[in-house]
Design a protein. Structure first.
Length: 142
């Protein structure tokens, strides 16, 4: 019998969000025997997969929530295959692979950032007028 000892590998998946994302969860699915087969991360969190068999191929795919767009996937060296929305990695013995999914608020397929509409002249004037009426009514109650 011949026994071959090989160091295990590690895969770290992180989320980085551009903008306000408090409580927003980003869902992922996995393949190649990774456990768990699905998981969710919030901004700044990391999912670690340890004891991976070197030479075996693993995949992680993202499914962004509504109104969120994946900007890029940043991977460590030596690079795994980082495609739009997924990471495909075949780790070497003892290798630690880091992949960061960067998201931003936007509409899928759009290139330009989405702007939040501002109050126009009438909307702002109406808001100021309403505030003035409310203050005057409170003042008269005294």
């Amino acid at each position: 019998c011949t026994f071959i000892n090989s160091q295990r590998a590690e895969l770290n998946i992180s989320v980085d969000v551009s903008g306000y994302a408090l409580g927003t969860e980003f869902d992922f699915s996995t393949g190649g025997g990774l456990d768990p087969v699905s998981f969710s991360l919030q901004d700044g969190e990391t999912q670690t997969f340890s004891n991976l068999v070197a030479g075996q191929t693993y995949t992680v795919n993202e499914q962004p929530p509504p109104n969120w767009v994946l900007d890029e996937v940043i991977c460590s060296e030596p690079p795994p295959v980082c495609e739009v929305g997924s990471v495909i990695v075949t780790p070497e013995p003892g290798q630690t692979v880091n992949a960061t999914f960067r998201f931003r608020v936007g509409v899928s397929g759009s290139i330009e950032p989405q702007n939040i509409p501002s109050l126009n002249g009438w909307g702002l004037g109406g808001l100021i007028g309403f505030f003035g009426l409310a203050v005057m009514r409170l003042w008269r109650r005294r």
